[in-house]
Design a protein around this ligand. Structure first.
Ligand code: 5AD
Ligand code: SF4
Length: 452
């Protein structure tokens, strides 16, 4: 570390550019990569052109995610030609996929560092070997441990990301995550609580707990603690802040957890509970571990115990074996539940997963048409749900500020996760503000500030 730091001190410029192409977990990993680079004497650069080390943290969950990053890595070649000292790194989930690290090394020989999701703590060594040993790094390893104590350079602001589990044990048949992030490991509750205490002391007002399946938190820990108990501990920490969490797996979402949320002060009344399909046959092929009826039961319990709860979900259309009949079952589930937020995807085969070997006769065009129908239905639902919020008073935590056409607009979320925009000054970022909802666009609710 010393050698890199000394070298950076002597250089006229030592900037980094780190970009996330993935989910919030991927963003949290970027915060650790930035933390390490800053410890090594690098400073945040404003663009790839003005940086001396560029790291792209990739996602492998769908083909669209991998295609996007491949194009962007290719575009870095000209920067490397202009500046041979530039270090280019590619890391993250895509790198851990079968055969991908080799493919990247062959297709982009100008990339210096290729490393997997669980090797971030080796970054100082990688950089030393690239800088002083003139060696290319290509390392992947589904290391099952957790390395604590890494420096974290967070995006300054309002919301702090706190991973609570890493990896995944569910092996949904379409999903690459267990193969690229390894087995599920939980962080010690005290480590999590201390991180949250620190964040609150630094002024963060919202904490997002992260894990592929937060509901199975605690498995394998020496001290017996489950997710509901962890939430209760977090809820009793002092200070005014909110807590959200991503992502919940329906098969592990217990009544105890729902009761804990219902009785808590700081846990947002919002849950992202991906259903993936409304057809029992497809759910079985997906290896999801619940039926349509069990999911509906869970939603009924949630709505009953947490009035006004905001429900989010993910749905995959065009899974192998899905036909018009199965798609209609998904559509009817969406109509019945009326999610507040829905992310929809066309199935994307991932090499090495079980679904990639399943026969899939449905043409792409038909799958896209299904996606269109689903989106249309959800737009109607979202409009209806948003309209229902009119007249309500919400406590909003502004995260962003824009000035357009002479108007100062703040954008933030209310407790149950709706995006709200309202007029106000920049200084309100990170303050809890009471806002009356007066209208809605498809993207967000529109409000007026109540308190001055
Ligand atoms: N194809 C399409 N969508 C996928 N997802 C995960 N894997 C795939 C895949 N192979 C979706 C799921 C998941 C979300 C993060 O991405 O809906 O919940
Ligand atoms: Fe996140 Fe999954 Fe993409 Fe990895 S593959 S970045 S865990 S969404």
């Amino acid at each position: 570390m010393e050698a890199i730091r000394n070298r950076n001190e002597q250089r006229a410029r030592a900037n980094y550019f780190v970009h996330s192409y993935g989910c919030k977990q991927n963003v949290a990993d970027c915060e650790r990569i930035r933390g390490i680079l800053e410890l090594l004497g690098f400073k945040q650069g404003t663009s790839t052109e003005k940086s001396d080390i560029i790291i792209y943290n990739t996602c492998g969950v769908r083909r669209t995610a991998t295609d996007r990053v491949l194009g962007n890595i290719g575009a870095l070649k000209k920067l490397k030609i202009k500046n041979p000292e530039l270090i280019i790194g590619v890391c993250g989930c895509m790198v851990e996929q079968e055969g991908v690290a080799d493919y990247l090394a062959r297709r982009f020989p100008f990339v210096d560092l290729i490393f997997g999701t669980n090797l971030i703590h080796h970054l100082p060594r990688f950089l030393y070997e690239v800088s002083f040993g003139a060696r290319k790094i290509r390392e992947t390893k589904l290391d099952d441990g957790i390395v604590e104590g890494l420096p974290i350079s967070r995006e300054a602001g309002v919301v702090g990301l706190v991973p609570i589990t890493y990896g995944c044990d569910n092996f949904c048949s379409y999903c690459v995550v267990p193969y690229v992030r390894g087995r599920e490991r939980s962080r010690e509750p005290e480590v999590i609580l201390n991180e949250i205490r620190d964040l609150v002391a630094q002024g963060y007002k919202e904490i997002t707990l992260l894990g592929q399946n937060v509901n199975s938190y605690g498995k394998g820990l020496a001290c017996k603690v489950n997710f509901a108990e962890l939430l209760a501990k977090i809820d009793s920490l002092p200070g005014r802040f909110r807590v959200r969490f991503l992502t919940s797996h329906p098969k592990d979402c217990s009544k105890e957890l729902i009761d804990t949320i219902a009785g808590s002060e700081k846990i947002c009344k919002q849950i992202h509970l991906p259903v993936q399909s409304g057809s029992d046959d497809v759910l079985r092929l997906m290896n999801r571990g619940y039926t349509r009826e069990q999911y509906l039961d869970l939603v009924r319990y949630l709505k009953e115990k947490i009035p006004g709860v905001s429900l989010g979900s993910d749905i995959i259309v065009g899974f192998p074996g899905e036909g018009e009949r199965e798609f209609l079952q998904t559509l009817s589930l969406v109509k019945e539940i009326k999610f507040n937020l829905l992310f929809t995807f066309v199935y994307s085969p991932r090499k090495g997963t079980r679904a990639a070997d399943m026969p899939d006769a449905t043409p792409k065009e038909e799958k896209k048409a299904w996606l269109g129908r689903l989106l249309k239905e959800q737009e109607l639902i979202s409009d209806e749900q948003n309209a229902k919020q009119c007249g309500k008073v919400k406590v909003v935590l502004p995260e962003r500020f824009t000035e357009t056409a002479g108007k100062s607009v703040l954008l933030g979320k209310c407790g149950n996760g709706f995006l709200v925009e309202f007029e106000g000054e920049r200084g309100l970022i990170g303050e809890f503000v009471e806002v009356k909802i007066v209208g809605a666009t498809r993207r967000s609710l529109v409000g007026e500030r109540m308190t001055k």
